[in-house]
Ligand binder design. Structure first.
Ligand SMILES: *[C@@H]1O[C@H](CO)[C@@H](O)[C@H](O)[C@H]1NC(C)=O
Ligand SMILES: *[C@@H]1O[C@H](CO)[C@@H](O)[C@H](O)[C@H]1NC(C)=O
Ligand SMILES: *[C@@H]1O[C@H](CO)[C@@H](O)[C@H](O)[C@H]1NC(C)=O
Ligand SMILES: *[C@@H]1O[C@H](CO)[C@@H](O)[C@H](O)[C@H]1NC(C)=O
Ligand SMILES: *[C@@H]1O[C@H](CO)[C@@H](O)[C@H](O)[C@H]1NC(C)=O
Ligand SMILES: *[C@@H]1O[C@H](CO)[C@@H](O)[C@H](O)[C@H]1NC(C)=O
Ligand SMILES: *[C@@H]1O[C@H](CO)[C@@H](O)[C@H](O)[C@H]1NC(C)=O
Ligand SMILES: *[C@@H]1O[C@H](CO)[C@@H](O)[C@H](O)[C@H]1NC(C)=O
Length: 786
């Protein structure tokens, strides 16, 4: 608290006790008194205890406390401690960091607004664009740079500034506040803590290291310096000493890393940074320490045979690790060697700076050299490198096949020369690279063999063509052929080259006539007729022709049954006898065609006559059933199984016979039942049969088209059995009816006739009655219809 000026307080009271917050005793005659009262105390209070006493000093009344509070009024002006302040600031100081302060005092109570001071910069000189470079803390009077001030202050531009600073009491908030002003002169000092210019270091330096490259300096002495890496490097080749000198500690390699950026920091003795770090840029300068390098161990180019002069074969580009676009990496090319030097040296040239390799002298021929090796010298400012180039000459199809001769002459062959025979060897040659599509030869017949009777196969090794017969020769259609053969490559020719007459050859083929046997149009002739065709019917024909055009005569061979006859002239075949499918279902004979005149050659074909079945055979018993018997006397009804057959062609499903008793009169004694298509069962219906042989008529129908049916007699004997076999007494002949039997037959016959007559009479009568009824109905219906 401020030492206050004493205030005076006069009291005019007779007797009083004075206490300053405590009890005090004072008594005596009343006289004026003075007390010092100090301002700024927590309780600016004075407490009195007043008592009234008589002359003997005995308290008459009291004591009574009297409290006096002392209140401040704004009765003091703030005053700056100096009429003029001077200070200095470093360029680029941290904004807001005070570098000086002004100080004013006010005697009024600082706990009241009366003593609260408010500082303010009133004027800044000079002031450009109304930008304040300085600011003041309105409570403490500390002066610092604004953001703009930190940025823009520059002692070179303006080394000093004047400010007018005011201070107001009452917090500057009242119109009644007092104020004071002072002037502040500020000198701007240069900041020496700033980033040095980028440093350039020659790479691959041979100087002893470390080498000083730059330095930094804090504004005041005594700072501690350090370097901080920006990028994490495997090794950091820089250091700094306590004078702020920065060193590179080893030779650098630009080809490895061409620039470095790191920070220098200044710290106080406690290790706190004094200011922002400075960025140090180091650029590594190139020296030509790298020779040019070849793109690969051997660079391979290819060039076609007929490329014209000046054609680009390829671009050769070597590399140099030194800095591009500097003299250190500008490369020059030169061809220093060519192998082989065929047909001459200097076939190739290279553009000095661009590396384009060109044909310099003439087109290349693979025949001269299929491959060239070049040595290319690549040089930069100081170094030379030799690189290998291989140039392969590619064959192109620029050569046509050329026949050894254009005419292979006359060739005479019998017309029966076998297919597959090799009849001529031809040869063309091609100068293109062997065993490629450019030199392989395909021979093609372009004229004289429309039918394709000849073919030419190429020997892939020698390119020889073998003319071979592919289809039979024929004197009659092509006795003389002038054959033209074209030799071609499978690959197309390069443009500008065409096949010419040398790629064609001819030969003449004379086919000698050979008397050939007649030829049938078919090897086997086939015909089909019904087996019941009339004798003399045409059943088929054969046709043959003679290559020489001679007349033909036909004859038959192998007509063992004499069924057929052939017309010698026309080849028509007729039946010569009744045919029977049941004897030969397919009748096979040979037909012979013989030429008339010439060598009377003949040839043979086959004639197969298929006979179609006609249902011309009634069914019959399949076997001779003579030994069927029942033992006499019959003890129980018995049965027998029999089988039927038919000589006609059976259908796919076999026969389908139906069976019935041949005579109704036997229905009381016998019964026939079908087992399946060919088998049936004959059963007795009672046991009362005589000891004799019976003939049981069985009716069998074959269901064919037309259906044929037959009645067969199945002989059954009733005989005395001896040990399971039939014992037949002598003197009795089978098949002769006994007397009883004859009478039975007779009676049965009459009975049957009687029944038939009765049936006939009844039917006639019924018919007459029916007609009468129908007529009556018709006449009744008539009127309705009209
Ligand atoms: C201001 O001046 C007074 C009197 O000289 C002194 O007591 C006080 O500490 C000063 N204040 C500052 C901030 O310098
Ligand atoms: C005084 O300065 C403080 C910051 O230091 C600010 O917040 C306040 O507004 C200022 N008072 C006036 C009246 O400008
Ligand atoms: C330095 O230069 C020499 C030749 O001047 C070279 O042989 C060496 O390889 C170079 N070193 C580096 C790191 O480039
Ligand atoms: C070219 O060089 C290769 C080896 O790189 C060698 O095999 C070849 O025979 C050479 N060709 C000629 C024509 O010299
Ligand atoms: C080939 O035959 C023709 C026609 O018969 C004849 O004119 C020519 O002289 C013959 N050529 C040879 C080489 O015999
Ligand atoms: C066909 O061309 C070849 C060269 O490709 C030449 O040697 C030959 O004489 C020519 N033949 C004819 C008939 O023009
Ligand atoms: C011979 O038979 C064929 C059918 O096989 C027929 O086309 C031809 O006209 C017949 N020829 C004669 C002469 O009957
Ligand atoms: C028909 O029946 C007989 C007698 O039962 C038998 O032997 C034969 O195999 C049968 N035939 C067919 C085709 O079923």
């Amino acid at each position: 608290m401020t030492p206050a000026r004493p205030h005076s307080l006069c009291l005019l009271i007779l007797y009083l006790t004075v206490g300053n917050g405590q009890d005090g005793k004072f008594s005596g005659p009343l006289k004026p008194m003075t007390f010092p009262i100090y301002e700024g105390q927590e309780q600016s209070q004075v407490i009195f205890q007043i008592s009234a006493l008589d002359a003997q000093g005995v308290t008459v009344e009291g004591p009574v406390p009297i409290i006096i509070e002392v209140k401040d009024i704004n009765d003091n002006r703030p005053m700056f401690s100096q009429a003029k302040y001077e200070g200095s600031v470093r360029q680029n100081s941290r904004p807001g960091k005070p570098f000086m302060s002004v100080n004013a005092t006010d005697l009024d109570d600082p706990a009241t607004p009366n003593g609260q001071l408010f500082y303010q910069i009133v004027i800044q000189l000079p002031k450009v664009d109304d930008v304040m470079y300085f600011q003041i803390n309105n409570k403490t009077g500390e002066i610092s740079l604004t953001l703009q001030g930190a940025r823009e202050l520059d002692p070179v531009k303006n080394p000093s500034y004047s400010l007018v600073v005011s201070v107001k009491d009452m917090g500057g908030q009242s119109e009644n506040s007092f104020s004071d002003t002072t002037s502040v002169d500020i000198t701007v000092k240069e900041n020496i803590w700033k980033a040095p210019d980028p440093v350039e270091i020659m790479e691959n330096s041979t100087d002893p290291h470390p080498v000083k490259i730059t330095q930094v300096q804090w504004n005041e002495p005594g700072a501690h310096y350090a370097l901080v890496e920006k990028e994490k490097l495997p090794r950091f080749p820089f250091s700094i000493d306590q004078k702020g000198d920065i060193y590179v500690t080893q030779p650098l390699d630009r080809e490895q890393k061409d620039s470095y950026v790191f920070y220098a920091v200044a710290k106080d003795e406690y290790g706190n940074p004094l200011s922002y770090p400075l960025q140090i840029h180091v650029k590594v300068q190139d020296v030509n320490d790298n020779p040019p390098s070849c793109p690969s161990a051997v660079t391979v180019f290819e060039v076609q045979e007929n490329e014209v002069l000046g054609s680009s074969i390829g671009v050769f580009i070597a590399h140099d690790l030194d800095e591009i676009n500097t003299i250190n990496s500008i490369l020059k090319y030169k061809i220093v060697e060519q192998t082989p030097k065929l047909p001459m040296d200097g076939l190739f040239l290279v553009e000095e700076y661009e590396g384009k390799v060109q044909l310099a002298r003439q087109s290349l021929k693979k025949q001269d050299a299929p491959q060239y090796n070049l040595t290319m010298e690549v040089s930069d400012k100081d170094f030379k490198t030799l690189c290998a180039i291989e140039i392969n000459v590619i064959d192109i199809n620029d050569q046509i096949p050329i026949f050894e001769k254009s005419d292979y002459g006359n060739l005479s062959l019998p017309e029966d020369t076998a297919v597959g025979s090799q009849i001529l060897t031809i040869l063309a040659t091609d100068a293109d690279e062997p065993f490629t599509g450019s030199s392989k030869i395909l021979y093609r017949i372009t004229q004289g063999d429309k039918e394709g009777r000849l073919g030419i196969d190429t020997d892939l090794r020698t390119n020889a063509g073998y003319v071979t017969i592919k289809k039979p020769l024929d004197f009659e259609t092509a006795a003389i052929s002038k054959i033209v053969v074209h030799a071609e490559n499978p690959e197309p020719l390069v443009s500008g080259v065409t096949y010419n007459a040398s790629s064609f050859a001819t030969f003449t083929l004379f086919v000698r006539d050979v008397n050939e046997a007649p030829a049938f149009t078919q090897h086997i002739f086939q015909a089909e007729v019904s087996e019941d065709v009339a004798v003399g019917t045409k059943v088929g024909n054969v046709t043959a022709w003679d290559p020489e055009g001679l007349e033909i005569r036909y004859s038959l061979r192998g007509d063992t049954r004499g069924w057929l006859r052939i017309d010698r002239i026309t080849g028509e075949i007729f039946s010569a006898a009744p045919l029977d499918r049941e004897t030969e279902s397919v009748y096979r004979v040979q037909v012979v065609a013989t030429e008339v005149g010439g060598s009377s050659l003949s040839s043979i074909a086959f004639f197969h006559l298929i006979l179609k079945d006609v249902n011309d055979n009634p069914p019959r018993l399949a076997r001779d059933y003579t030994g069927l018997f029942f033992c006499y006397p019959l003890t129980a009804p018995g049965s027998l199984v029999f089988e039927a057959t038919d000589d006609d062609q059976r259908t796919l499903r076999g026969f389908h016979f139906t069976f019935a008793l041949g005579s109704q009169s036997l229905q009381n004694d016998w019964e026939v039942s079908k087992i399946n298509g060919t088998f049936a069962r004959l059963s007795t219906k009672h046991t009362g049969f005589e000891e004799r042989a019976y003939e049981i008529p069985i009716h069998i129908s074959d269901g064919g088209r037309p259906p044929l049916e037959g009645t067969v007699n199945l002989p059954v004997t009733f005989c005395t059995c001896v040990e399971g076999s039939c014992f037949r007494p002598a003197g009795r002949q089978d098949g002769i009816p006994t007397v009883g039997m004859a009478v039975g037959i007779l009676l049965t016959t009459f009975l049957v006739i009687g029944i038939i007559l009765a049936v006939v009479f009844i039917r006639i009568k019924n018919k007459k009655d029916k007609e009468n009824v129908e007529n009556a109905q018709a006449s009744e219906v008539k009127p309705l219809r009209s």
